[in-house]
Structure formats: C-alpha cells, structure tokens
Ligand binder design. Structure first.
Ligand SMILES: [Zn+2]
Length: 401
C-alpha cells in the first residue's frame, strides 16, 4: 500500500475547543510538534484511565510502519491522522477514546469472525444454485465454496487464497460491520461522561455528513450496508428510523447486553438483509457449482467436501458450541438463487464508500516524529532562587534529558 503523508499546514483551521479546556484554556494555533506531543500525552492519560493494566500504546502511524496492520490485538492504537490533518483535534481524541473503549468492552475480533462465520455459513447452506451440467440439480453456495476449495483459517488470518475464500470474507465483512454498529452504540453510551463529550462532538460532526444522504432517501432501501448506518444514527438519536425501530429498537437491551447476548438477536432481526447481501456479492463472483463428469469424480468430490466441512467446523474452535446453540437449522429457509436472473441490489452505497475513503491513515514523516519525541525528554522544573538575601524569585525552566 502506498503511504500518504500527514502534512498539516499553517492554514489548517484548528478545532480543539475541548482539548483547550484540558490545557487550561490555552489556545492551540497549529499542529506543531508540541501540539502533537500534547495530544499524544492526553491520549496516553485517557488510556491509563480506560484500560489501566493493559499493554496498549497510543502512537502516531509513522513512515515505514505497516499501518495496514494497525491492531488492537497487537496492542497498538494509531492516532487517526486523517482527522488530525484536517485540524479536527477533538474528533481525533474522540476516535481514540472510542477505540480504547472497544478494547475495554468489546469481544475479540477473532471471536466475532468465528461467530459471524458460523452464521454466514448457515445462510449460504440455505441458498441453492442450479448446476450447469444438470438442470434438475442444485448445490448450495456452501457446497459450491467447499467444492472450489475453502479454508476458513486463511480468512481468519486475512490471507485469502482463492475466489471462495475471497467471497466468504466479503460476506463476513458486511455482517461484522453490522455487529460493529451495534457495538459502537453500546460502548459510546457506556463511555464515562468526562470523555463522552469528545464522542458526542464526533457524532454531531459525523451526523452532518450522514443526514443529507439519509434525507435525500439514498439509504432508504433495506439493504445491509444501509441498515448498518441507519442503526447507528437511529440509536445515537440523530434520526428516527421506523424500520430500525420495529426490528431492533430497544436501546436499553443493547446497553445491558454483552455482545454474545445481543449477536443472535441482531442476526435474527436482519437475517433477510444479510441473506440478500450474500446473494448480491455472489452475483459478482464467477463461482459456480462444480460439474461432476463421472460418478467416480462425484464420489471423490463428496469426500473432499465432507473433509472441508469438518475442517470448517474445527476452525470455529470454542465458538462452535455458541453457533450450534444459537443458529439452529429451522431459522433458515431454503431458497433458489439464479445469479443471472434474480438480481439483488448492489451491496455498496455511495455513503459507505465515502466513509471508507475518508478514513485512511496518513503517516507521520520520521523527522516530524523525532521532533514530537523530543518533548518526551523535556521536564518543566520550578526553580526558586534567593538573589539578594531577602526576596525569593520563582521561575520555570526546561530541562532536556
Ligand atoms: Zn467502533
């Protein structure tokens, strides 16, 4: 991935009302190294409050680092330089507080992948595609994936190796965005009040982008990507969406549940949208049920599909039980899907594209990073000296260690 540099300019309008209060109302005029240092310091302080005892670092993404792998699992939170570059200091702080609350309150990403994977596979097992070689025979998408080669571990490791895994991984992405929306509502509501003010400001700013799209009706269609954003802004109080309200409208339930308690309810509420989402993505693939030319091939095929299925179940690990307890076969109604005729609406929306594009990390040049780090070694020391025997003069000095 090509790196794009963080390049604050002197003309950047600084929005840092809340942070300035923390600095005793001293005004921030530019994103100079001292300001960047102060931001990092404030965030490290909040980190100690939200997740004391955990080994998490809050850092600037710097040149040469693999920012694509910015990760909670690795214990690094990168300061979102895309908002910072625009001078939105308070929003940047809000985003980091939000990530810290994820670490404190959310399920591990690997757990969510497995649970969502178990659910998506059940859905794909209920969608049937007609075979090219024999009009009277249908294979489920699940069988089609297994027949074309499928290893769930590659998806967990973000290392997809073929069209089946690529497709499944796209399905998972949508489902996990939905869960993330619910989780964002939960953790932001539960955020401590002194830090929540940053989150609230961030939400107000975000809603300014969202509401015009919503009001123009661009997110009206009940498809997964639209639901993801409507759910978020409905439960944050910026819109009143009747569909969300009737399908998943209980905010108190979200707030008192753990992710594992609400996940089956969320999946049940939007199962239709998830199914359509999986179908819409399938339209774009060239995956087809595998032709079985001879009985012998068919026999071998069956054995390899069976072992692929066993491998999948095994890779669900501890979550296998959760999946079989919560996603029972009678939840899923079988349907036929002809990807050339039964068109379902495209998965993406213009709004979701804009959100994704706007949130790429910009890397901080090494030289700038060095200038920020200097402040780590600076101490402000109160000095008292008695110059003429009667009066004590107090002054502050800087010590660079
Ligand atoms: Zn989040």
């Amino acid at each position: 991935m090509r790196e794009t540099l963080f390049t604050p300019s002197d003309n950047t309008i600084i929005d840092a009302e809340l942070m300035e209060r923390w600095l005793g109302n001293s005004k921030i005029h530019s994103l100079n190294p001292k300001t960047l240092y102060d931001i990092q310091l404030l965030l490290s302080h909040y980190k100690d409050i939200i997740v004391p005892m955990t080994n998490v670092k809050v850092e600037y993404p710097t040149e040469g680092f693999d920012t694509a792998c910015a990760s909670v699992d690795k214990g690094i939170i990168y300061i979102p330089t895309y908002t910072l570059n625009e001078g939105k200091i308070d929003d940047t702080i809000g985003l980091v507080i939000h990530e810290l609350n994820h670490i404190k309150l959310s399920e591990k990403e690997s757990t969510l992948i497995k649970i969502s994977g178990g659910f998506v596979m059940k859905i794909l097992d209920s969608i049937f595609i007609k075979r090219d070689d024999d009009d009277s025979k249908y294979d489920s998408i699940k069988e089609t994936l297994f027949a074309n080669g499928f290893n769930f571990q590659n998806i967990i490791d973000s290392n997809t190796s073929n069209a089946s895994e690529q497709y499944f991984s796209e399905c998972l992405k949508g489902v996990m965005l939905l869960l993330n929306s619910v989780e964002d509502v939960r953790i932001d509501h539960l955020c401590a009040p002194n830090m929540k003010k940053y989150i609230d400001k961030l939400d107000v700013n975000g809603s300014k982008n969202f509401i015009p799209y919503y009001e123009k009706g661009e997110l009206d269609e009940n498809k997964l990507m639209n639901i993801v954003y409507r759910l978020l802004y409905h439960h944050k109080g910026f819109i009143k969406d009747d569909y969300i309200d009737t399908h998943f409208g209980e905010l108190p339930f979200i707030l008192k549940s753990t992710p594992k308690e609400y996940i089956p309810i969320v999946f049940g509420a939007f199962q239709k949208e998830i199914e359509d989402y999986c179908k819409s993505l399938f339209q774009d693939t060239n995956l087809n049920p595998v032709d079985n030319a001879s009985t012998m091939d068919s026999f071998i095929q069956q054995i390899s599909e069976k072992s692929a299925e066993e491998a999948f179940e095994k890779s669900l690990g501890e979550e296998k039980q959760f999946c079989s307890d919560n996603f029972s076969d009678d939840m899923f109604e079988e349907s036929e899907f002809d990807k050339t005729n039964d068109k379902v609406a495209k998965s993406e929306t213009t709004y979701s594209q804009e959100v994704e594009e706007g949130s790429r990390l910009l890397v901080v040049p090494r030289s700038m990073k060095a200038s920020i780090d200097i402040f780590n070694n600076v101490d402000v020391v109160d000095c008292h000296e008695n110059f003429n025997g009667s009066e004590v003069t107090a002054y502050k000095t800087l010590l660079i260690g």
